[in-house]
Structures are given as structure tokens and as C-alpha cells.
Design a protein around this ligand. Structure first.
Ligand code: DGL
Length: 270
């Protein structure tokens, strides 16, 4: 049994780490499409083609269920994949659902009319492609009323993290938070709508101030996956081994991953 976790690069490791802590015996196949990161500046067709190629590779490793631990792919490609590409015996889940469930305090399958929720002013930090898709606002509007969402496209942050330049990443986070605050001076909550951003969570929290609740996806997705596998144990897949695959340079990606997760991670070429 094995579950796939996909990201354009290193960001999905934040999700992998939380899943590994929640379900320590579950083998995981991680795929980092590092040669093509960042996805956030690509168009929807390009993101669809790259994401389906990566997911196909994970099917080949025995995964029946793949988590797109990438908001950009979830926003730009997932719906099209579900409509016409995914075979009936496979599943691909995105990372928006658990986040919106947490923010709106209701289950995804709850189709009752949208209602008021506790937070009224929400800052969304995400990649340019995720912000342009407006997928987050659309899903939220089905479930909640009276929530003002101000989105900030955080250009450059994913590139800096992938390059291991955390000083640049931190400076960019500060400048994107400043830009957001010029549009929405007092957000109550901030959503880190890119799985790379939890690696910069302290920088976001410091720039936003201690009174802003920062939502990030890793634990929410891990909890939601545990619940899903409880209900659909047949989706655990046929593979038995954990592995880390990358389209980038395995040595470089392994070094960065080992640094981020503080345990030895060995990527091999996809
Ligand atoms: N971690 C991806 C996300 O959650 C980053 C996308 C990118 O490569 O720009 O959106």
C-alpha cells in the first residue's frame, strides 16, 4: 500500500511530513517536479500537462490515491483531471478542501446554503496562478457569506525556497505582507495557500503580527487523509515502498529536503 504526494518541488514535503507523523506506517511516494518548478507562473494547460505526467508516474509506482500537495495544480488542473483523465479505480485529491472546511467549520459534503462564519477579513497568500484562478474564492463563496478575501500573489517566494535562498524568501514574504496590508490593513486570518509557505510560517506570522491566525495546510490535509483512508481503505494502493522521486538534480533536491525535514531524505531521478 502506498499513497502518492505530489508537488512542483519541495513545498509538498510540509504535507508529507505531517502525513508521516499522523500515519507513520503508511509508505509514501513523493514526486517533486523540480525541473519545472515554479508552476505558479505557468498557464493552466502547461500545469495540467505537467501534473498529469507526474501523477501517471505515481500510478506506475503502485499508488491508487495521489494527493496534489500543490495549490497551483489543485487550482489549475484538478477539476479538468477529475472530469476527463482519472481512471475510475484511481483518486486524486487536492489541498483546498481541508482548508476551506477548517475556515468555514463545515464538511465538504454539506450542501446547505452558505452561512456566516467567524472570520470576516481573510488574507490569501498564494502563487500568481492560484490567485488568478480565483478557485479559493469560488469554493469559499459556495459555503460562506460575508467573508472579504484579499489575495496577494507572492511572486518569487517559491523560486527562492527552491534555490535555498531563505534570506531572499524572507524579504519577499515581508514585502508581500506589506502589499497585502495596504489593501487590507487588519486581516483576522491569513491563509498560506501554497504548500511551500509553511517553510516560511514564522516570517509570515512576524510580518502579519501575533493577533492574525495563520492557517496552513499540512496538518489539516494529514487529518483529512487519515479520515479518508479510514472510510476508503481500498484506496491505499499496491505499492509497498516509500520513495522520493524528482525531475530535478537528485543530490541538490535531497540536500534541500534533508535540511527542511531535518532527517535524511534521498531523492532518485524520476
Ligand atoms: N507548492 C506549490 C503550491 O502549493 C507551489 C507552486 C509553484 O511551483 O509555483 O502552489
Amino acid at each position: 500500500m502506498t499513497v502518492g504526494i505530489f508537488d512542483s518541488g519541495l513545498g509538498g514535503l510540509t504535507v508529507l511530513d505531517a502525513v508521516h507523523k499522523r500515519l507513520p506506517d503508511l509508505p509514501l511516494v513523493y514526486f517533486a517536479d523540480s525541473a519545472h518548478a515554479p508552476y505558479g507562473v505557468r498557464d493552466a494547460d502547461d500545469i495540467y500537462n505537467l501534473t498529469t505526467a507526474a501523477v501517471q508516474r505515481m500510478w506506475d509506482e503502485g499508488c491508487d490515491l495521489v494527493i496534489l500537495a500543490c495549490n497551483t495544480a489543485s487550482a489549475a488542473a484538478l477539476r479538468r483531471m477529475q472530469e476527463s483523465w482519472i481512471p475510475s479505480d484511481k483518486r486524486v485529491l487536492g489541498v483546498f478542501v481541508p482548508l476551506i472546511e477548517a475556515l468555514t467549520e463545515r464538511q465538504w459534503g454539506d450542501n446547505s446554503p452558505p452561512r456566516e462564519v467567524a472570520v470576516k477579513h481573510v488574507a490569501l497568500f498564494a502563487t500568481p496562478a492560484t490567485v488568478a484562478s480565483r478557485a479559493f474564492q469560488r469554493e469559499l463563496a459556495f459555503r460562506a457569506i460575508g467573508v472579504d478575501v484579499e489575495a496577494q500573489a507572492c511572486g518569487g517566494v517559491v523560486d527562492a525556497i527552491e534555490d535555498g535562498d531563505m534570506i531572499l524568501a524572507e524579504a519577499l514574504v515581508r514585502s508581500h505582507v506589506d502589499a497585502l496590508k495596504r489593501k487590507m490593513p487588519h486581516p483576522q486570518a491569513a491563509i498560506l495557500g501554497c504548500t511551500h509557505y509553511p517553510l516560511m510560517q514564522d516570517a509570515f506570522q512576524a510580518a502579519l503580527g501575533g493577533d492574525v491566525s495563520v492557517y496552513s495546510q499540512a496538518n489539516l490535509v494529514a487529518e483529512s487523509l487519515a479520515d479518508y483512508l479510514d472510510r476508503h481503505s481500498g484506496m491505499m494502493g499496491k505499492g509497498t515502498d516509500s520513495m522520493f522521486l524528482t525531475t530535478g538534480k537528485p543530490d541538490k533536491v535531497s540536500n534541500s529536503a534533508t535540511q527542511f525535514l531535518r532527517r535524511k531524505i534521498d531523492f532518485t531521478a524520476a
